[in-house]
Design a binder for this molecule. Structure first.
Ligand code: SF4
Length: 298
């Protein structure tokens, strides 16, 4: 399977073109030895799991795999406990952990030797660090779990197996579709097959009277938008305080070995507790939507 190429000059192709590029690529793997659902425990993968449980997507996965980065907000673990318990899903949820990303940041920030942080934090002089967190904390542990489910011994090759892995990407996130890193796993995107957006997922969950899943991502992820930080600050002050402490620890001893410049969790390159996360309306600046009464910019 090859990924659709980006547009001319490396610019992202328009979403529709990207969709067309993947059309027909996402389908059940005939004669698969194993079907797994990659469960992040956010809106999309939760919807996928529950749609499978309702028989709306098939064939039924053999298991869902949650790769724990060790740094998710409490709400995600509570949601996962709910999904794992009772009679919610007809297949098991396998929890695996490769690295604990929070511990990794603290460890690498406090040692005078070792490697760079794998989370791509913002760099003092511009740009971001190298991103390896997803590979180390998500992709690799899921591959290890798949091998264990197949019964492949350590060090043995898994190439004779055919594995179908469901990924919970919705239509509005189509640019995130990527082929699997190993040839014996084939990614499948059932929400894309149904052209479902995140909003469609929320509507499906509401129709079936399921709780709205929390946003699933590491507490200290640099990709959070300000509205996420704002919500975390208000609704989960312990998690926000933890992010502030880790952000501060990253610079306490100067640049982390191998980086040569300071790193920050927030794109403004300010300490997290010094960023003003109030909305524009709260700062006395009405947003465009508040002000225009729906007549402009529609
Ligand atoms: S949520 Fe952010 S920090 Fe965590 S693994 Fe993904 S990209 Fe890395």
């Amino acid at each position: 399977m090859t990924a659709p190429s980006p547009g001319a000059g490396g610019a992202p192709a328009p979403l529709q073109a990207v969709y067309e590029g993947w059309r027909g690529v996402s389908e059940p793997v005939e004669g698969a030895d194993l079907r797994v659902l990659s469960l992040g425990a956010g809106v999309q993968s939760t919807t996928l799991a529950l749609m499978a449980a309702h028989g709306e997507i098939g064939p039924m996965p053999d298991a869902a795999i949650f790769a724990d980065t060790g740094w998710e907000p409490r709400a995600v673990y509570e949601h996962l406990d709910w999904l794992s318990g009772g009679n919610v899903l007809p297949f098991p949820i396998v929890r695996v952990q490769g690295v604990n990303l929070r511990d990794q940041v603290i460890d690498r920030a406090t040692r005078s030797h070792g490697r760079f942080i794998t989370i791509p934090y913002f760099l003092q002089r511009g740009g971001m660090g190298r991103r390896q967190c997803t590979g180390e904390a998500k992709i690799e542990p899921i591959h290890q779990a798949v091998r264990a489910l197949l019964g492949v011994p350590k060090g043995a090759r898994a190439t004779r197996y055919r594995v179908e892995q469901w990924i919970g990407i919705s239509r509005d996130e189509i640019v995130r579709m990527k082929a699997a890193r190993v040839p014996w796993i084939t990614h499948r995107w059932p929400l894309i097959e149904r052209r479902m957006t995140r909003r469609d997922c929320l509507a499906w969950l509401a129709r079936h009277v399921y709780p709205e899943p929390p946003r699933s991502a590491c507490i200290g992820c640099p990709y959070h938008r300000d509205d996420y930080w704002r919500r975390l600050q208000r609704e989960d002050p312990d998690a926000f305080a933890d992010a502030v402490a880790v952000d501060r620890a990253m610079r306490a001893g100067g640049p982390i070995r191998g980086m040569r410049q300071l790193e920050y969790m927030h794109r403004s390159c300010r300490p997290l507790d010094q960023v003003d996360f109030r909305s524009e309306a709260e700062r006395g600046q009405l947003s465009f939507l508040d002000e225009c009464d729906g007549l402009c910019g529609t």
